[in-house]
Design a protein around this ligand. Structure first.
Ligand SMILES: Cc1cc2nc3c(=O)[nH]c(=O)nc-3n(C[C@H](O)[C@H](O)[C@H](O)COP(=O)(O)OP(=O)(O)OC[C@H]3O[C@@H](n4cnc5c(N)ncnc54)[C@H](O)[C@@H]3O)c2cc1C
Length: 298
């Protein structure tokens, strides 16, 4: 099937994007890598009257290390993020998740900001952003605001972005302080490169004594949005991440998830896999933290 007719505008600057969005209201849609939007248009599930192409805007591309964390500009290709040494060194959790995002061909076009904007509950980048308390900058004509990822996702593919707003950058804060850090990322999907049926992400920091000082545990694919399991994080803090702690984590996951059945998997399967993957990513992170020197990133 072909896309419904649309006008096409190649923007040279963020101002041109926000002016186009402001002037055209809900008729206009941003196109970045097109890896999700073009298939949606071809199936006529999306029918924008005007496409505003942001691929040529230099101000929307790039990765840099700021005092507040790692900044990834919205139109940065997923493949460039995967190759980035800053991300490899400073955001190992994201570096672990990126190879699961689609395929090399889709990552060569797909953008980090496009995945954040779409808000698929099974997508890896929104999940990692949720685990790392990312902050999103949104710009509209005459105004800009920074939002926490927490609360940005309102439901499957639903966000608090207003139709006339463009996402310009995502900031991934860095954990400060001396602890030994470790990360874990795992997912189950029908084939590699498919959206996850269930995905789990964890980042921890332990003291010299091996006691967990900080933990972030998040799940994707088991709810309408990626989400943190604060009860699991509470169950880890102050422990040696031993079996009793992991049993408490499994209980917390059981309480927190309310998965749905769909074509790909049943709710009970998702619930079981969620518990298994959360335990695996925590063990992975704990192993890494044990091997890391104090203060090493992430
Ligand atoms: C075969 C295949 C497999 C895939 N597998 C996975 C997978 O396993 N995991 C995964 O996470 N994704 C997967 N994807 C999707 C892929 O990652 C897309 O790249 C991503 O979902 C959207 O990014 P994009 O840059 O292509 O955005 P587009 O398709 O251009 O846009 C997507 C949406 O975001 C909006 N948007 C884009 N950029 C901005 C911006 N800067 N500000 C505001 N709104 C914006 C658009 O208006 C549109 O509504 C797959 C895609 C394909 C084709």
């Amino acid at each position: 099937m072909k896309a419904a007719p649309f006008e096409y505008f190649v923007a040279d600057s963020i101002d041109e994007v926000t002016t186009g969005l402001a002037d055209s209201g809900e008729e206009a849609t941003i196109i970045a890598g097109g890896q999700t939007l073009v298939p949606l248009m071809a199936m006529r599930l999306a029918r924008p009257a005007l496409l505003i192409d942001v691929n040529g805007i230099g101000d929307l591309q790039g990765i840099d290390l700021l005092a507040g964390g790692v900044r990834i500009k919205a139109c940065t290709r997923q493949s460039d993020a995967l190759k980035s040494t800053i991300i490899g060194e400073r955001l190992p959790l994201l570096a672990k998740a990126l190879p699961y995002v689609g395929h090399a061909q889709t990552r060569n076009r797909g953008t980090v900001g496009g995945s954040i904007a779409l808000g698929d509950p099974a997508a890896e980048i929104p999940l990692v952003a949720t685990a790392l308390d990312a902050r999103i900058t949104l710009v509209k004509k005459g105004n800009s605001r920074e939002l926490s990822i927490h609360g940005f996702y309102q439901g499957p593919m639903m966000t608090s972005r207003e139709p006339d707003e463009c996402i310009t950058e995502i900031l991934f804060p860095q954990w400060q302080g001396e602890g030994r850090r470790g990360t874990g990322f795992q997912e189950v999907s029908l084939r590699h490169g498919d959206f996850a049926i269930v995905a789990a992400a964890a980042q921890i920091s332990v003291g010299e004594d091996g006691v967990c000082a900080r933990a972030s545990v998040a799940l994707g694919g088991v709810s309408g949005t990626p989400f943190r399991i604060s009860a699991a994080e509470d169950a880890l803090r102050g422990t040696m991440i031993d079996d009793p702690a992991l049993r408490a984590v499994a209980n917390a996951v059981d309480q927190a998830v309310d998965p749905q059945s769909d074509l790909h998997a049943s709710a009970s399967y998702r619930r079981r896999v969620a518990k298994v993957l959360v335990e695996r990513v925590i063990r992975e992170a704990a192993r890494e933290a044990a091997n890391h020197a104090a203060g090493d990133a992430p």
